[in-house]
Design a protein. Structure first.
Length: 80
């Protein structure tokens, strides 16, 4: 059997449906594309700052401006 006639996938056990085989091929193709992109140094594109969901996460106390002075304990609980 030559490389051209050899099947890409071979089911050894079980009886998968066409949808299951298609899902497996899609996953393998996506992983191969991600590995090729990582080898080339391209990697996945970062989302724009507007679409980045991490901006919605609150920072630690050291990253935010803490209220100071008289009544600071009360202002610390208020939303910003």
């Amino acid at each position: 059997m030559t490389a051209e006639t050899r099947p890409f996938l071979q089911v050894v056990r079980g009886d998968p449906t066409a949808e299951e085989v298609a899902a497996l091929v899609a996953v393998l193709t996506a992983r191969a594309a991600a590995a090729a992109a990582a080898r080339d140094g391209r990697g996945p594109a970062r989302p724009s700052r507007w679409a980045d969901r991490s901006r919605l996460v609150r920072g630690t106390a050291g990253e935010t401006v803490r209220p100071r002075g008289r009544g600071a304990w009360r202002a610390a609980a208020l939303p910003r």
